[in-house]
Design a protein around this ligand. Structure first.
Ligand code: RAM
Length: 526
């Protein structure tokens, strides 16, 4: 399922006041110098077999034509690379021609970009060919990379000299301030590890805005932002960065007021011409959650109308008999799983958002709006039950299709009374097989639904299993897509393009810090 939206002549509606405020909230970036922790060579250029070498010898390793050297920086980093290059042998009589390949995971080192034939641009693959005319040289590449490993392949030197990599370092970059983070409240080693990796994921995505992934797409997506914000509130607590992102979304929208699915910030702020149904609604949800944290009156005053507008626009896609229109269902995302019918889940995402919208209206003392939202909520819950609940199957059915996505979102929308929601979610495994979840984004909402249904043990078990299997597979930061049963699967036609530090995957830290280490919960961001 390719997600490519091109709207001819699209011009977003920009609001200078909101964008100026967003600009004032630009974060400070923090830097650190990181050096390699080890090095090795791949037996062949694209093999996954390695020849070990001792680190101090890396600096003396003479690389001739076709040789490679892989530097391991110990964990996932985001930043700028500097290399000190020298030579052995005679004075270089020809440029050194190098291929640099930056890899977030070990597996990427042995993947060949020529083999990728999917629908995403290959320009995201982090590799460069460079010529170094004069040696010795210190080179700093202008581009920011996300990586743990750097493979340097000498495409050519000459018969008279060999290349030596004397030193390498990364100047890392993030707007996350680690000094703000409290220690992990759990004493369980697995949860501690998961928390650490979740926070690293969030920190490496927290740049000038909350990016979805520092490798790809390096931009602000609404669905990712909502989950990043939740995790940020219990860790780095950079409230201004959340505020900045909300103002950016509000400041550049579709001409009819819809919040875009994602936006560009360079060279200027511009909403992308992509609309995802539940992503627009998550603007309202994220604003309400931000308000719970900050009581920020300025943000409420500036963004309230836009938050309400998202709900009002979404309601226009509900048919008279209380179903979601095909246009809206087709624009819903939920996961990269192919073939999922999203009509019922899409309707549930409106019901879910109405709960947050109503809280916002009450906070704003907008009582007539709050009452109107309550009426919509009651009406849609009833319609959802009538149109999608199957008495015989005892689950929700969307256009004849039973899938887990529908059950999860109906539970999150409180369409069933608590006891029935619990019974439904106890059977969740029954619904998961035909249309398996492939993104941590959906796995997060699955866990949320289990928690909302009161199944805390099952929720914890699932988090341990799913994110734990990513750890077992070597994750230093959590990944964009992952199906433990098909480790090589990619929604993009090749795992080389996958992002292995992905915003929407950071939520174990949120779950551990808010749900799995405390007895009582005062809020419900589910
Ligand atoms: C991808 C990114 C992003 C996500 C969208 C729907 O391009 O992974 O995180 O929000 O899809």
């Amino acid at each position: 399922m390719a997600l490519i939206s091109i709207i001819d002549g699209f011009h977003p509606m920009n609001n200078a006041k909101l964008l100026d405020r967003a600009a004032e909230l630009k974060p400070t970036l923090h830097h650190r110098i990181v050096e390699p922790k080890g090095g090795f060579q791949l037996k062949e250029r694209y093999s996954s077999e390695i020849k070990d070498i001792v680190l101090h010898r890396v600096h003396h390793l003479a690389l001739g034509k076709g040789d490679n050297l892989c530097l391991d920086f110990g964990t996932h980093n985001v930043g700028y690379i500097t290399l000190d290059l020298s030579y052995s042998g005679s004075h270089p009589d020809a440029p050194a021609y190098l291929k640099l390949k930056f890899a977030e995971t070990f597996k990427e080192l042995s993947e060949n970009s020529d083999d990728y034939g999917g629908w995403i641009s290959t320009s995201w693959i982090q590799e460069e060919f460079i010529h170094v005319d004069v040696l010795p040289a210190q080179i700093t590449l202008p581009r920011r990379y996300a990586f743990r490993y750097l493979k340097i392949t000498t495409m050519d030197t000459s018969q008279k000299y060999k290349l030596i990599v004397k030193h390498a370092e990364i100047r890392t970059e993030t707007s996350a301030d680690w000094s703000k983070v409290n220690p992990c409240p759990s004493t369980d080693p697995l949860l501690q590890k998961m928390d650490e990796v979740g926070l690293r994921t969030l920190a490496n995505c927290a740049q000038d805005v909350f990016e979805d992934g520092p490798k790809r797409d390096q931009r602000l997506w609404m669905g990712d932002l909502r989950l990043q914000a939740l995790t940020n509130y219990v860790s780095f607590r950079n409230y201004d960065l959340v505020k900045r992102c909300l103002y950016l979304f509000a400041g550049s929208r579709f001409p009819d007021g819809r919040i875009s699915a994602c936006l560009f910030t360079k060279p200027y702020v511009e909403a992308d011409d992509t609309w995802l149904f539940e992503y627009s609604l998550f603007f309202t949800v994220a604003l309400e959650e931000y308000m719970q944290q900050t009581d920020d009156e300025e943000a409420l005053n500036d963004l309230y109308d836009i938050a309400m507008q998202q709900v009002e626009i979404a309601l226009r896609f509900v048919t008279r008999d209380g179903r979601l229109s095909k246009e809206a269902a087709d624009a819903a995302f939920f996961d990269w799983c192919e073939g999922v019918d999203k009509e019922a889940a899409g309707l549930a995402s409106i019901i879910y958002t109405l709960r947050y919208a109503r809280r916002l209206a009450r906070r704003k003392n907008d009582w007539s709006q709050a009452n109107w939202l309550m009426e919509q909520l009651d009406k849609l819950r009833e319609a959802a039950k009538k149109n999608y609940w199957d008495e015989e199957k005892q689950c929700f059915v969307s256009n004849g299709q039973v899938n887990l996505f529908t059950q999860v979102w109906m539970v999150l929308a409180d369409v069933l009374p608590p006891e029935e929601a619990k019974k439904l979610m106890e059977r969740s495994d029954e619904f998961a097989h035909l249309y398996p979840m492939v993104t941590p984004y959906m796995h997060h909402y699955y866990i949320s639904a289990l928690l909302r249904a009161g199944l805390k043990e099952k929720a914890l078990e699932h988090m341990r299993f799913y994110w734990g299997s990513m750890l077992d597979a070597g994750a230093d930061t959590f990944w964009e897509a992952w199906n433990p049963e098909q480790p090589d699967a990619s929604p993009y036609g090749g795992s080389i393009i996958n992002s292995y530090c992905h915003a929407w995957s950071c939520t174990p830290s949120y779950l551990i810090r808010s749900w799995f280490s405390r007895e009582k919960h005062t809020d419900d961001h589910l």
